[in-house]
Design a binder for this molecule. Structure first.
Ligand SMILES: C[S@@+](CC[C@H](N)C(=O)[O-])C[C@H]1O[C@@H](n2cnc3c(N)ncnc32)[C@H](O)[C@@H]1O
Length: 244
């Protein structure tokens, strides 16, 4: 949970102790969200349950985690929800998997780098979804045959350079009507993903660029912020048809 004091916040598990500039903070093992805990110097911290954006801000990072705005698009466009079976790669920090796990989906996620996978497992555990998010160390492209022989996935989420290889097998991996979502940071990879989806015979192939503009409100008026472009990447969605 988060221990919050005005502009400071620290991530702590129940039973954990942390030295802060406001004194030593000890969170009791039976602490609940809403409890107020004082440091040994008497500074009060309010405990708060973690939510998705808190996890994004505080998770240990191993690479480029997907931004909440892109995660929102993935979840909105694929409708990931409770009891869905999701196949994901690469895990990275695990933030996308964690969001989907928190929505109730069962996620199997592959990460080639063993150290990244270990950090992701810790993040998944901190997020409280270890029972729903399984982090497997390995290259997803080497496991496609065994995965395709299973009962099928409702959603496939890909954030790797070799995503087109997996998209090519999407019809074998997805249940009828299931979705694939591919995140790509560059136009070249995006085009490859979209072409792979068409070649694989998927339907409703659609690519979107995610741009977000912050609004500024001041005495002179209101307008989108002039700072920054707000581009993060591209998302390509496609869907398996109703039949095999
Ligand atoms: C951009 S990061 C993924 C970020 C992740 N979506 C998140 O939300 O944190 C890409 C990750 O994919 C891993 N990777 C690349 N190719 C892979 C593959 N074929 N199978 C599994 N993992 C792979 C990389 O090691 C890297 O950690």
């Amino acid at each position: 949970m988060l221990a919050v004091h005005e502009d400071r916040e620290f991530l702590l598990s129940p039973g954990e102790e942390k030295g802060t500039d406001l004194g030593v903070l000890e969170v009791p093992a039976d602490a609940e969200p809403g409890d107020v805990v004082e440091t040994h110097l008497g500074e009060p911290f309010t405990l708060r349950a973690l939510r998705g954006p808190d996890l994004f801000d505080h998770m240990d990072r191993t690479g480029a985690p997907m931004m909440p705005r892109d995660i929102g698009l993935v979840m909105g466009h694929t409708g990931v929800s409770r009891d869905d079976r999701v196949l994901d790669a690469g895990t990275g920090t695990g933030v996308l998997s964690v969001y989907m796990g928190r929505a109730g989906a069962s996620v199997t996620t592959y990460e080639t780098d063993p150290e990244f996978a270990e950090v992701a497992r810790e993040n998944v555990s901190m997020a409280g979804v270890a029972d729903r998010v399984a982090v497997r160390t390995g290259d997803l492209t080497e496991h496609l045959d065994e995965l395709a022989a299973g009962e099928g996935f409702d959603v496939l989420t890909l954030d790797t350079r070799d995503a087109p290889e997996v998209v090519a097998r999407a019809r074998d991996l997805l249940v009828p009507g299931g979705y694939v979502a591919v995140y790509t940071p560059f136009v070249e990879g995006t085009r490859e993903a979209a072409l792979a989806a068409h070649e694989a015979g998927l339907r409703e192939v659609e690519t979107l660029e995610t741009i977000q503009r912050r609004m500024d409100f001041d005495d002179r008026g209101s307008r989108p912020s002039t700072a920054g472009v707000g581009h993060t990447g591209y998302l390509t969605f496609a869907r398996r048809g109703p039949h095999a």
